[in-house]
Design a protein around this ligand. Structure first.
Ligand code: HOZ
Length: 426
């Protein structure tokens, strides 16, 4: 099959490592050539060859309002005419900060950065600065961006490519990162019993998106809160994916557990590059220039990301949108599960709100050990069958799918019909 995506990819691999600016996009987890996208609108994307896809990647989470939301685009047009970056404070930044603080229970102050990776790196530095300790604990299969301390037993692209850890991370830094299985509070308690006095923070995706979607079991997040508090360590919820997605107040509002520091990204930039980290006033006033922990950024809080973010966050004040997303998620997952069953394909589908993943395994998927029992070759076949049906899923088993408010019942029913045919072909 000769097409424009293939021609572009051949050029891209000569100029960009692996042909992409972020590894999972390269389709290595599923094989084949990545589709180059020309445009997107609502729940769909169109590639350079003119094929339209129902999109469940949603730019990996930000597009909760759907692509090219008219209100976001109009606000961006107006903002563009006022200039794209000033390197000086704006009222818009206060408005976005206010919106985040109003929504997220544990945040009293927030600092904007430019990506989720920057947010988690900065949150770790803050935790180390506040506690005067060096070690951190993360969970196997959770991914928190590509900061040195966090590329240990990570999910997402690291898991997709089968790289246990990354060359280039000094062993002296990796040695400060301890890992436990997700959903295993006893293992965490043991780590804290051994190293508690040296541990600055425990970081977790409260609902994991980066080994596929995996929910916390009853009481797990509460145990993390209790264990960290008992040992004088900080609890960091990485809500880059879940913030403003599972509820306006994120997973912490949904599960009723308050972390000390929260990292955000994706939705709060309305589709433009953004990240943020926040917490109590007492903790956040350690950040420069209020305090001594240094962190800075030329484009942080830039007016375009703040504009798109503000429109998006204000729209998400409408609680009925989360009810709509919940209904859409249930309709999709019930339909997919039924389609798999009818065609005799064994899957386990996890969902929390509008995040979901179908794993090709009979096991309940609760952690990395069970996520990795999924038949990745079967996922690859299913992925390509769905692509052929005009449905764009994550090109890796170890990523979550995302639903937007533009995924109507009709679009979801078309997806289920496509899945029925795709399962049959697997
Ligand atoms: N690691 C990102 C999702 N978990 C992928 C980002 C991208 O490829 O754009």
């Amino acid at each position: 099959m000769s097409n424009i995506s293939e021609t572009l990819f051949a050029r891209a691999v000569e100029l960009i490592p692996g042909g992409v600016n972020s590894p999972v996009r390269a389709f290595r987890g599923v094989g084949g050539t990545p589709r180059f996208i020309a445009r997107a609108n609502g729940a769909t994307m169109t590639d350079v060859d003119g094929r339209e896809y129902i999109d469940y990647v949603g730019s990996w989470g930000p597009m909760i309002l759907g692509h090219a939301d008219p209100e976001v685009i109009e606000a961006l047009h107006q903002a563009l005419a006022r200039g794209t970056s000033y390197g000086a404070p704006t009222e818009l930044e206060i408005e976005v900060a206010q919106e985040v603080i109003d929504a997220v229970p544990s945040i009293e102050m927030v600092r904007m950065v430019n990506s989720g990776t920057e947010a988690t790196m900065s949150a770790l530095r803050l935790a180390r600065g506040v506690t005067g300790r060096n070690k951190i604990v993360k969970f196997e299969g959770c991914y928190h961006g590509h900061g040195d301390s966090l590329l240990v037993r990570a999910g997402s692209g690291v898991a997709t490519l089968g790289l246990p850890d990354s060359p280039g991370v000094p062993t002296s830094i990796a040695a400060h990162t301890l890992t436990a299985p997700f959903n295993d509070a006893a293992a965490l308690a043991q780590i804290f019993d051994e190293y508690g006095r040296d541990i600055a923070a425990c970081i977790v995706e409260p609902v994991v998106g980066n080994m596929g979607c995996v929910a916390p079991q009853e009481g797990f997040l509460r145990s993390l809160r209790d264990i960290t508090r008992r040992h004088g360590a900080l609890l960091i919820f990485d809500e880059v994916m879940t913030g403003f997605r599972l509820a306006r107040g994120g997973a912490q509002a949904l599960f009723g557990v308050s972390p000390d520091i929260t990292t955000l990204g994706k939705i709060i930039g309305g589709g433009l590059p953004v990240g943020a980290y926040g917490g109590s006033r007492e903790i956040m006033e350690h950040i420069a220039p209020a305090g001594p922990v240094y962190q800075a950024g030329t484009l942080s809080g830039n007016p375009l990301a703040m504009t798109a973010g503000l429109v998006t966050l204000r729209r998400l004040r409408d609680a009925s949108l989360y009810e709509q997303l919940e209904r859409a998620g249930a309709r999709l997952v019930n339909g997919m599960t039924e389609a798999a069953r009818e065609t005799g394909i064994v899957t386990t589908t996890n969902r929390v709100g509008s995040m979901w993943t179908s794993f090709f395994t009979a096991r309940a998927v609760t952690d990395w050990a069970t996520a990795s029992t999924s038949d990745r070759a079967a996922y690859g076949k299913f992925f390509h069958a769905m692509l052929g049906e005009g449905v764009y899923l994550a090109p890796s088993q170890f990523e979550a799918g995302f639903i937007s408010i533009r995924h109507t019942d009709d679009i979801i029913d078309r997806t289920i019909e496509a899945a029925r045919r795709a399962f049959a072909s697997v």
